[in-house]
Design a protein around this ligand. Structure first.
Ligand code: GLU
Ligand code: ZN
Length: 315
């Protein structure tokens, strides 16, 4: 297939069991790709090696298959792609767009008098132009430096299929980490390098990553890589306590639902209903929902899942 074929991706992080919110995002990403006759890439985002486990990786793949999702290609796990990410970092260093940073989290919180972005305290650029190189930073502070992206104007503008036009001024998010002090690539760098390498043209993911799209677009521009053309950041499922579902202990996992004998067709129908795509109480194969799917058709707000609805699903 030519590299311009529409391509979506499923990108689970195996740091815990997949939950209903993950399942819904993956279902929607799959529907969008299939609705436009596109291919689907599965990519395991196990870059944060200390937090990821091979057991969760195996389970995530099994859960996606159980839901009825398929893919045309399995990309290399991110944990095997360190050299590609390092090459990208070196390109940015050569262009003067990456610099060593020895600040601790506490330094950053204190220095910025705590204006917060979407990802904690905004980095105020303390180490911009401060160190000649990593060795200088290390010798002067006794700390191993991280590497940050020197993110300067212009503002980044993109269209989100749900939120509409989004414009982000770099200074409102700050210079972000490219390479961690524990010698691991950052999420932003790995995702940008991989989406480009794998010919991804459309990205659908949780709304928590809306502003990260601006970071990734800045990286594509700096690296001279082709960026995905379309973006959709979807609402969450919240539990009865108003918390967004996460991989923390006790949140309902796909594995648990499956072990309770839940029919995956019923679950797919339920997830489609929570997203505003189908009437309540229907059982559906993913492929039944693909025709005519567009992210703009999705409900624009988080879905509040009551304990009763959850019990009904599992019962
Ligand atoms: N791996 C991330 C997750 O499971 C998704 C990142 C992305 O889609 O860019 O939440
Ligand atoms: Zn710093």
């Amino acid at each position: 297939m030519p590299p311009t074929a529409p391509t979506g991706r499923l990108a689970p992080t195996p740091s815990g069991l997949l939950h209903l919110g993950n399942a819904r995002s993956f279902l929607l990403a799959w529907l969008w790709a299939r609705a436009v006759g596109g291919r689907v890439v599965l990519r395991i985002e196990d870059i944060d090696r200390p937090r990821c486990k091979s057991e969760y990786r195996r389970q995530a793949v099994e859960d996606l298959q159980w839901l009825g999702l398929d893919w045309d290609e399995t990309a290399p796990d991110q944990s095997t792609r360190t050299e590609a990410y390092r090459t990208a970092l070196q390109t940015l260093m050569r262009k003067g767009l990456a610099y060593p940073c020895t600040c601790t989290r506490k330094d950053i919180e204190e220095a910025s008098s705590a204006p917060h972005g979407d990802d904690g305290a905004i980095y105020p650029g303390t180490c911009r132009g401060k160190w000649r190189d990593a060795a200088h930073a290390r010798q002067s502070t006794g700390r191993e430096p991280a590497w940050r992206f020197l993110w300067q104007d212009p503002p980044v503008t993109f269209r989100d299929e749900i939120a509409g036009e989004v414009t982000v001024d770099p200074s409102t998010l700050g210079d972000f980490v490219l390479w961690r002090r524990d010698d691991l690539p950052s999420y932003q760098l790995a995702v940008a390098v991989d989406d480009a390498a794998q010919g991804v043209t459309q990205v659908l993911r949780g709304r928590d990553l809306l502003l990260s799209t601006a970071r990734q677009l800045a990286l594509y521009a700096a690296l001279g890589l082709a960026a995905p053309a379309q973006w959709a950041h979807v609402p969450f499922i919240q539990d009865a306590q108003g918390r967004r579902m996460s991989k923390r202990e006790g949140d309902i996992s796909l594995k648990a639902l499956r072990e309770r004998g839940v029919d995956p067709r019923k679950l797919v129908g339920f997830l489609a209903w929570t997203a505003g795509l189908a009437d309540a109480g229907l059982s559906r194969f993913p492929a039944d929902l693909a025709s005519g799917f567009r992210p703009a058709r999705l409900a624009g707000t988080d879905f509040m899942l009551s304990d009763q609805q959850l019990a009904g699903l599992a019962g």
